[in-house]
Design a protein around this ligand. Structure first.
Ligand code: NDP
Length: 607
């Protein structure tokens, strides 16, 4: 074993121990005692960051609804669209989709910032391509094409007829006498629904850092998910002409900033990018779709591609890498480290060790790319990420790093002070220096891993008036991530307690099919109510926890972020990264398929 390790160390050309130690130091530098508490909840005077809709009709009004529908789907993004589609396919006509925005699209309705693009290959990421007879124009679609595709899905399945836009659900309450959910909204609705599918998505509420002085700033501010084109001019292609005489601060350097910073840098008089943790920015290499290839696609091609991608990025064995991009590169690299034919003989420890080596190699490549692109060596050093690639969502962009070669663009590294220090009347302070700006753009992400009540943003009361959030106070409790004891006829489409995929639409696809099956079966079997037994739920939670081992150790070693509860991993029970079915989406979908095949609705009680 030791010889193997030495040989590998030699082969990869760096010292893994030194790198591991460097990662640890960089993580420790960023750990904050307030963890998630550093972010402020978007209530009261901050509610505008989530409630304002620059794209919808401000005059819209309608009479409150008090009628009854069979299924209410909450959310009109990919999760809601796919769920509604599968329900329609299962024969359910009486559906209503409630959506806060003015149209379908969810993330792709709200996120219209310049440069917005999917980071997963569009042939895998855009849902229901075969069903809607559409092939994306490029390997990585830009936001307008994805938004348009959301509308295409809705048109194809006649979902506009059942949409209830510009409506936020405020409360779901189970009425035991009626055996119906009462769905209350900000438009004074009190609809009744037999079934509810909560499909609000993991990234629907913008997140704001509680930086001291936030309210003092006298200039303009907005969050990237509510881009103010009235202020900047231009559109998702850039051309932000009104910034030509403006000094702009972008706070944050995650996946969103990576995409919008090149456009702000190209248009603004001066741009300051406030960075706390550098992103891993890999090669993108977008290209137009080859029409010959598109015409050659055979039925079933999209699911096959999605499953192949899931296999590759969860480290399962694969023969061919259909997507073949920078996401999958790390796992191709990993395969090259395995002695031929030895893969299946590896112990979990050895596989983890080799996985770490492949990751180190990949990140060395990502860091070398910074050196190759950024002319100023000091700046290049500041832009290098020192953590394992999947500690944060990896990013892919060919214009972000070159933006820092522009004379009007300044990177402000705030890592020493664990973030921006203060916002003043005139600008942003970091490292004791005030940077005067006209506008602050928050590229600070979404409430993905804060407390459930806060991030789901509506109250949910099940049997006996029990609050879901009280029920989940010790961590999430579900059967297969989709339903919950004491909350009959209630289903959840989400990223927790099910087989996660970095390709969210594929993950959602498996859940939506399953939920539609259960609802359909419950109706067919004449049941009024369906819910998991407490025992089945407890068993599933135990399964999730028992499989988490290596993943938890990995997340604990990571630089803080929403994957690891901002570094407070010991308090992360039920939080985003700690609550996944680690074998991945394909294994999870196979498990659900076998469950359906068995036909006994095991773990569910029908009444
Ligand atoms: P992230 O949560 O990834 O990034 C937020 C950024 O804000 C981080 O760089 C964070 O720094 C920084 N930040 C937070 N507080 C402070 C502070 N006080 N001072 C300075 N910086 C601060 O949000 P994004 O919107 O970039 O991305 C969120 C997710 O949305 C992605 O992970 C991805 O899943 C999804 N997304 C997907 C895209 C797609 O193509 N499909 C495109 C864009 C986003 P730190 O890292 O140190 O916490």
């Amino acid at each position: 074993m030791a010889d193997d390790a030495t040989t590998l160390k030699h082969a990869v050309g760096f010292d893994p121990d030194a790198l591991r130690e460097k990662y640890r130091r960089e993580r420790d530098k960023r750990l904050r005692s307030d963890g998630e508490g550093q972010y402020i909840e978007l209530r009261g005077r901050y509610a505008r960051y989530v409630e304002e809709d620059p794209y919808a009709d401000p005059e819209f009004s309608r009479e409150p609804l008090t009628d009854e529908v069979e299924v209410v789907v909450i959310g009109g993004g990919f999760a809601g669209l796919i769920a509604a589609t599968r329900l329609r396919e299962a024969g359910l006509a009486d559906i209503r989709i409630i959506e806060a925005g003015g149209d379908f699209g969810g993330t792709w309705y709200w996120n219209r910032y310049p440069g917005a693009q999917c980071d997963i290959e569009s042939y895998c990421y855009l849902p229901l391509l075969e069903e809607t007879n559409y092939v994306p124009k490029e390997k990585y679609s830009y936001a307008p094409e994805i938004f348009e595709h959301s509308k295409r899905i809705a048109r194809t399945y006649n979902l506009y007829d059942v949409a209830c836009f510009q409506t936020r659900v405020t409360e779901l309450r189970w009425n035991e006498d009626l055996e119906r959910w009462i769905v209350s909204t900000n438009r004074n609705d009190a609809m009744k629904a037999r079934f509810v599918v909560l499909a609000t998505g993991p990234a629907n509420r913008p997140k704001l850092p509680g930086i001291p002085g936030l309210d003092d700033f006298e200039g303009h501010t907005f969050h990237t998910s509510r881009w103010d084109y009235g202020y900047t001019d231009g559109d998702t292609n850039g051309n932000l002409h009104k910034l030509a005489d403006k000094r702009v601060a972008v706070i944050g350097t995650g996946a969103t900033a990576i995409q919008c910073v090149p456009h702000v840098g190209a248009s603004a008089q001066r741009l300051y990018v406030f960075q706390r943790t550098p992103s891993s920015v890999d090669f993108r290499g977008n290209k137009p779709t080859d029409s010959e290839w598109a015409q050659s696609l055979k039925p079933g091609w999209q699911l096959e591609r999605q499953e192949n991608f899931n296999d590759v990025v969860t480290g399962r064995p694969f023969e061919v890498d259909l997507v073949n991009d920078a996401w999958t590169d790390i796992f191709r690299n990993l395969q090259s480290l395995f002695p031929v034919g030895a893969k299946s003989d590896l112990s979990p420890e050895e596989a983890a060790r080799l996985g770490e080596l492949a990751d180190f190699q990949k990140m060395n490549h990502v860091r070398a790319r910074v050196d190759q692109t950024v002319k100023n060596p000091r700046l290049a050093e500041e832009l290098k990420p020192w953590y394992r690639q999947f500690c944060k969502r990896p990013t892919f962009n060919d214009d972000y790093l070159p933006t820092f070669n522009r004379p009007n663009v300044t990177l402000v590294d705030t890592s020493a002070s664990k973030g921006v220090e203060r916002i003043t009347r005139n600008g942003v302070m970091a490292n004791g220096v005030e940077y005067e700006v006209d506008c602050v753009i928050f590229a600070t992400g979404f409430e993905i891993s804060t407390a459930f009540r806060r991030r789901i943003g509506l109250e949910i009361y099940g049997r006996g008036g029990q609050s879901l959030y009280d029920y989940w106070s010790g961590g999430m409790r579900t059967l297969h991530g989709h339903s919950c004891h004491g909350f009959p006829n209630w289903f959840f489409v989400g990223a927790s307690q099910n087989g996660i995929s970095v390709n969210f639409s594929s993950m959602i696809g498996g859940q939506a099919r399953h939920i539609a099956y259960i609802i359909n079966e419950a109706r067919a079997r004449g049941a009024d109510c369906v819910q998991p037994t407490a025992q089945a739920e407890a068993q599933w939670v135990a399964t999730i926890r028992s499989l988490a081992g290596n993943n938890n150790a990995f997340l604990e070693s990571c630089t803080p972020g929403y994957y690891n509860n901002e570094g407070k991993f010991d308090e992360s029970a039920g939080k985003f990264g700690a609550d996944i079915y680690t074998p991945g989406a394909n294994a999870f979908n196979a498990l659900l398929a076998a469950w359906r095949e068995n036909g006994k609705l095991e773990g569910l009680e029908l009444s």
